[in-house]
Design a protein around this ligand. Structure first.
Ligand code: CMC
Length: 431
């Protein structure tokens, strides 16, 4: 971020205030209002942060008009096509692509932290059998601060690093255990001879009674899903992590807060909601009925997997995800999947409809991810946990960046108060 020679002048009741204009390396200029209240005694009002930059960051950049997503400058389609998840994790965490030696060391370190503290297995058993895996993940990740005391001191760079690795390494184990618990199967321990995504598939789908060999094509597809969800700048869950962290909360508590926020259907919960919607539509002839409902102001129904706060063009992740859906379903021999057929036709009809065109509503990452995950054998309840485990590295990278920012302050928004003015308490018999 650089100061520019430019400034904006705000005039209130004849008094003028100069607001510096900051110039980022990419994206629109930013009005610096940090001193506004001190100088002018006014707040700004921006519910949903539609015009407010809440922090300075060097990790991820989105150009919503072009439909571009860059991690540390690299486009997501190149990363999804040529890289793999743990390399992208390194990139997000440390700023550059690793050398071969750095990558080997990083992968080895992550791999050696995949096991959970044995007592945590008891913790899982306290949940009701029908608990949603996101509920279990929120609880268990929060509980990590009770098990890993030696990595909760956020002022110690070594502890911050250990906590980061632990979270990235253990999240697949936690998500897989939440799944196994929900279906009444025994937990499967991580295997260090498998890569990150193969290990996750093995923990989800193998059982002690028989051999299970991970299909490398599915492992690659899984890895790509992880990569596509790795980070997305200041979205709701990441902002939640940053806000929680700004008070000095420990990393496990912060990431648990992020998981809780991600669960909502407007955010990470949309992949589950989208597949449920596609199933409810069921056949292409019912699509017009659902498009009409999405357009009806009196109907709360929205086309799940469509629209985005930042993208006013194709979500570049959706483009890769759609290709991936075609590949995976063909390889699994289910290219005539009726849900995929509904998804493709729904996309066509919505894109051709003036309502969606005028509001710039395009498919987002969640539109096709559920189709792939279901074909791989995951129940819908596991879609958002998979998003959460993928996004953990993004949350951690943003958390680390914030803690390293000398200008960091506790997050404390102001408000536009419209309640009662000062009034005197009245005794109960006088009301
Ligand atoms: N179906 C029908 N209409 C929509 C949709 C949709 N999916 N999304 C937005 N609109 C309409 C909305 O009704 C509004 O119309 P009007 O201006 O007439 O009131 C207009 O488009 C703008 O919508 P908004 O809610 O003000 O936009 P937002 O930026 O606050 O919301 C969103 C973005 C993603 C929450 C919203 O598009 C949505 O609810 N989409 C469905 C849920 C979904 O797929 N979420 C996943 C997002 S991508 C993954 C992630 O980041 O978690």
């Amino acid at each position: 971020m650089a100061d520019t020679d430019k400034s904006a002048t705000l005039t209130i009741d004849g008094a003028s205030y100069d607001l510096p204009i900051l110039s980022p390396t990419a994206g629109p200029d930013v009005l610096d209002i940090r001193k506004l209240y001190g100088q002018a005694g006014v707040f700004t009002y921006d519910p949903g942060f539609t015009s407010t930059a809440s922090c300075e960051s060097t990790i991820t950049f989105i150009d919503g008009v072009k439909g571009e997503l860059l991690h540390r400058g690299y486009p997501i389609d190149q990363l999804a096509g040529k890289s793999h998840y743990l390399e992208v994790c390194f990139l997000l965490l440390y700023g550059n692509l690793p050398t071969a030696a750095e990558l080997e060391k990083f992968e080895d370190t992550v791999t050696r932290h995949t096991m959970l503290h044995e007592q945590m297995y008891n913790f899982f058993r306290g949940f009701r059998r029908d608990a949603h895996p996101m509920a279990i993940m929120t609880g268990v990740v929060g509980a990590m601060s009770a098990f890993y005391h030696d990595s909760t001191d956020i002022t110690d760079p070594h502890q911050r690093e250990v906590a980061s690795i632990r979270l990235i390494a253990k999240m697949p184990t936690i998500a897989a255990m939440a799944y196994k618990y929900s279906i009444g199967q025994p937990f499967v321990y991580p295997r260090n001879d498998l890569d990150y995504s193969s290990n996750f598939l093995n923990m989800c789908f193998s059982v002690p009674a028989e051999d299970y060999v991970v299909n490398p094509i599915l492992a690659r597809a899984m890895d790509r899903i992880f990569t596509l969800h790795a980070d997305h700048e200041q979205n709701a869950s990441t902002s939640t992590v940053r806000l929680a962290s700004s008070s000095g909360a420990n990393p496990f508590a912060c990431i648990a807060a992020g998981i809780a926020c991600l669960w909502g259907p407007a955010h990470g919960g949309a992949n589950q909601a989208c597949l449920e919607m596609l199933k409810e539509i069921g056949s292409v002839d019912r699509i017009p009925e659902f498009i009409a409902r999405a357009k009806d102001k009196n109907d709360p129904f929205r086309l799940m997997g469509f629209g985005h706060r930042v993208y006013k063009n194709f979500d570049p992740r959706a483009t890769v995800m759609k290709q991936s859906a075609d590949e995976v379903l063909e390889l699994l021999g289910v290219e005539n999947n009726p849900i995929l057929a509904v998804a493709k036709e729904l996309e066509q009809q919505a894109l051709a409809d003036p309502y969606f065109a005028e509001k710039k509503l395009f498919p987002n990452v969640d539109f096709y991810s559920g189709v792939i995950l279901e074909a791989m054998g995951f129940p819908t309840s596991m879609f958002t946990p998979i998003f959460a485990l993928s996004r953990t590295v993004g949350w951690i990278s943003q958390w680390k960046e914030q803690l390293g920012d000398p200008g960091m302050k506790i997050g404390r928004p102001r408000q536009l108060y419209n309640g009662e003015s000062l009034r005197d308490y009245s005794d109960i018999e006088n009301r």
